[in-house]
Structure formats: C-alpha cells, structure tokens
Write a protein that binds this ligand. Sequence first.
Ligand SMILES: [Zn+2]
Length: 412
Amino acid sequence: MAMEIAARLGRFSFGMGDRFAQQGRAQLAACVEALRQGVEITPVWNKSHREHAIVGSRPESVRREADDAVAALAWRGAYFVDADHIRMETVEAFLVACDFFTIDVAESIGRAADAASLDAFCADAGDCGGAFGLTRGQVRRIAEKYLSAVQEAARIYRRIESARGRGQFVTEVSMDETDTPQTPDELLVILAALGREGVPVDTIAPKFSGRFNKGVDYVGDIGQLEREFEADIEAIRQAVSRYGLPARLKLSVHSGSDKFSIYPAIRRVLARTGAGVHVKTAGTTWLEELIGLAEAGGEGLALAKEVYVEAFEHREELCAPYAAVIDMDPSRLPSPEEVVRWDSQRFAAALRHDPQCPDFNPHLRQLLHVGYKVAAKMGERYLALVRACGETVARNVTANLLERHIRPLFLS
Ligand SMILES: [Zn+2]
C-alpha cells in the first residue's frame, strides 16, 4: 500500500493564502526559520474557488508556486496545496493540483436528512457513551441538524478519494462559515457521523464562539473560547477512540490570521493536552504586499494609494461577499484626499496590524483585505511593481507570519 501522505501533515500545520502567487518563498521562509528554532510546522498553501474566480487564477498556479518555493529553499519537510472551501460544484478543478481538501458543508447544516438514515444513525450512536452528559434525545436533535451536512461531506470525500486514492490527501471538513457556533457535544456527534460514513477526517474546522473577522483581532470572551477549545479536543479524543477516526485528527482554526488575543489561550491548551492544530490564514499576505509597496516609496507608494482610493470608491461591492466576516465602519475610513497626502510610514502604519500603534486603522485594513479585486484588475501593472519592490515586500510577508503568528502560537 502506498504511504499515507495524509499522515505527513504533522502536529502543527499552518495554512497560508497568497492571492497573487508571488510570495511562496517569503512565506516558506517563516517555516524555515521556525524549524531552525526547533519547531516543525507544515506549510499548506490554500486558495478557494472564490479567490481563484476573483483573481482569475487556476489551482495549478498554487501547486507551481508551492513546488518552486520548496525547491528554492530546499525545504525537506512535508507541504500541501489546499483546495480551500470546496463543494461538490467546485471540487473538480482542484483534483489534480491539490493534496489537501477543505470540504465545506456549512450550507447543508439544518437540512433534513432522510428519516431512514437518521433512524439508523441514532440506533448506532445511542447516547455517544453519555459523553458531555449526552442523552439519546439530544444526540437525535443534533443529528437532525447536522447529519445531512455529514452525508454531503461523505459524498464529496468519495469523489476526491476516487480521483486521488485513499490516504493520498488530507481531508478537512469545515463548518465555520455559518451563523451559529458548534458546541463540543455537537462536534462529537458530527464526528461520530463522519466515522460512520467512513470519512477519515484529518482536521475539522468548527465554528467557534466569538467573532473571527478577516484580518483583525478576535472579538469575544477569551476564557470561554479557551474552555471550548479544550472541550473540542476532548470531543476529538473520544471520537478517535470510539468511531475509528485517524488518531492524528486535530482542530483547524479558520480566519486564524491576526487573532492575537487568543493565541496564548490556544497555546496553553495545546501544551496541556498535547494536541495538534491547523491554523489557516489567507488574505493577510496581500496586505503585506501593500505595506511593502508603500515602504518602497515612489511608484510603489503611489500604487498602494491608488488601490486604496479605488477600493474606497467601490467599498460596498467589495465588502458584500464578505459581509458575514468583516465589521467595517465606513464612517471611520480615511478620505482618499487624506490618504493621497500620506508618506510611506503613515500608509504602512495605518495598514499594519499593530494594535498599539495610534495610526493603525482596522477599518482601512478590512477594506483593503477584501479589496484584492482592485489589484487583480490592475493585472501585470500590479504584479510588476510587487516584483520590483520584492525586498520590502518579502521582509514584511515573512515577519508577519513568523513574528505575529507563528511565534506566539508555536515558538517561545
Ligand atoms: Zn473557513
């Protein structure tokens, strides 16, 4: 039997997005440095169908970027390319280039499963061993809400397995893009159902309580999140021992970039439990490109300002697809007239996520986070300047991942 490449994901893995596929090396450099400091973190390059559609790219470009970065930096560890948030309608285009699949079934939550399969599941699951004080009635109510989503995950999983082979890819199931968080007892029932459907899930991304907005810090009760995170790990432990799921199964934290206030809590729970984690970040590398352009001055700064002015003018349409995951107050955006007068340092300070800095503006940051369509439209003009300002851009990309994310989560 071929070696299970899914097993190579390891205890700690880090998902990195790169809208324009220019920063693979600068991103990998953060993992190289973490390894040098003693912690192995598996890099995963993730890009969703939505991002590909907006940028006009194909999954093969992410594979090329990852392979090139790994060769250039002589990275000897494992690495993956993630088909991020795919569904049955979008999976086909990713089957060749990707070896990590984030199966998004949030849309199927709450849909009724057929009565026969619901009865069969409930007969098998019983009260899930009474874990978390569950009763048969509660297991049934949870199954009524989630069984159909699990069945959809199994359908998509089987399509991927038929194309790539069992064990030859990482399976993530995500339920985070929905309104209500899943509780640990719900997670246990979901995992029981995944095990019964024969989905060897490697990582699961529940929706946690609190707000995980794009590109800004966590909003919510950190103590509660810490307890929930630890209880979710306990649900995973029980599910692995009862339902035949892979022992490596771990939690995945989506929209994980910039959640500075919860990293110490996550780190404490990982230390207490010995559990692993996958932390997925996406769009913030593009913001580091803009910071690098601004810091380069001259044409770079001019282009960064042009992106802001254009994004400001189209703020409503840019924000619409992300309404559930941003909290932007348009009245607190600086006017284009004001931004045009800024120097390099002022622009970088407004955008860079340093909560201590009085010039940091989370509204501007969130607008630019979702504003990558503006740069995508500029096409080669944007890309050529990013390459020309490669030094300041790469320095910001690497430092953002290493110092603001990987260090507080995984290094001392
Ligand atoms: Zn997600």
